[in-house]
Design a binder for this molecule. Structure first.
Ligand SMILES: C[S@@+](CC[C@H](N)C(=O)[O-])C[C@H]1O[C@@H](n2cnc3c(N)ncnc32)[C@H](O)[C@@H]1O
Length: 217
C-alpha cells in the first residue's frame, strides 16, 4: 500500500472535511498541553507558530500578549484560525499575522522571534533541516519548542497511530541544535496523556546569548 503523503492538498482536504463535520469541537480544542506546561511563565514577545493549523496555540499565545506569526500551508485552516481570533476580540486578533506558506520553502527571517513553536508537523524532507531553519529564526536568549508524534512506542516497540509519519524526534532535534549555541532544557518522549495513546517527542531549547566559547551566539 502507498504511504500517505502529507502534502498541501491532503491537508487542505483534511481541514475542509474536519471543519465541515466538527467545527464546534475543533473550536473548543484546548491548546497543546506541552505548550502550556513549558511556556506558561515565559514573558511575551514575538512568536512563530510554524504549522499552526486552526491556531489553538497561536490564540493561547496571543491571549497572553505574544505577537504571533502563524504559518500554515492550508488556507482552510488559516481562515478558521482568523475567524476564531476575531471571535476572541480585537486585542487578540490584531496581535496575529496569519501567513500562508509551505515550511519546506518558507524561510523565517534570521533572529526574528523570541519563541518558535512547531507542533506535530509532518516533514517532507529531513527533520534536521526544518529544525535548523526554525532555530536560526530564534533570537539569542529565545526559546524553541518542538513536538512530534513518534511512529514507534519506545516502551513496547509497537507501531503507534503515527507509524510511517516523519515528525520531529528527540534525536533529530538534538542533532540539529549545536550545543555551543543551544541549551537543551527538555528532550523527552512523553506518553500522550490526553489522547490516551501514542508518544510525543518534546524538545525545549534555549538559545544561549553567548556560545559556550564566549562568542556572541
Ligand atoms: C497535525 S497538524 C498540527 C497543527 C497544530 N500545530 C497543532 O498542534 O494542533 C499539522 C499542521 O501542519 C500543517 N503543515 C504540514 N506540512 C506543512 C508545510 N510543509 N508547510 C506549512 N504547513 C504545514 C498542516 O496544514 C496542519 O495544519
Amino acid at each position: 500500500m502507498d504511504k500517505p503523503t502529507f502534502d498541501h492538498d491532503h491537508w487542505d482536504r483534511l481541514w475542509s472535511k474536519a471543519l465541515r463535520e466538527h467545527a464546534d469541537k475543533i473550536a473548543l480544542r484546548p491548546p497543546n498541553a506541552h505548550l502550556q506546561t513549558e511556556l506558561a511563565t515565559l514573558p511575551p514577545g514575538r512568536a512563530l507558530d510554524a504549522g499552526c493549523g486552526h491556531g489553538a496555540e497561536t490564540l493561547w499565545l496571543a491571549t497572553r500578549g505574544w505577537r504571533v506569526d502563524a504559518v500554515d500551508f492550508s488556507p482552510t485552516a488559516l481562515a478558521c484560525g482568523r475567524a476564531l481570533a476575531e471571535r476572541a476580540g480585537q486585542a487578540v486578533a490584531e496581535r496575529i499575522d496569519w501567513i500562508e506558506g509551505d515550511l519546506a520553502q518558507w524561510t523565517p527571517a534570521a533572529e526574528r522571534y523570541d519563541l518558535a513553536v512547531c507542533l506535530y508537523v509532518h516533514v517532507a524532507g529531513a527533520v534536521e533541516t526544518l529544525v535548523k531553519r526554525l532555530a536560526a529564526a530564534v533570537v539569542p536568549g529565545g526559546t524553541l519548542l518542538l513536538a512530534g508524534h513518534r511512529p514507534i512506542d519506545p516502551a513496547t516497540g509497537a507501531a503507534t497511530a503515527a507509524a510511517n509519519q516523519v515528525q520531529v524526534s528527540v534525536e533529530a532535534a538534538l542533532a540539529a541544535l549545536d550545543p555551543a549555541a543551544w541549551e537543551i532544557l527538555v528532550a523527552q518522549e512523553r506518553p500522550r496523556a490526553i489522547a490516551g495513546t501514542g508518544v510525543d517527542a518534546v524538545v525545549r531549547a534555549h538559545r544561549r546569548s553567548h556560545t559556550r566559547h564566549g562568542a556572541p551566539a
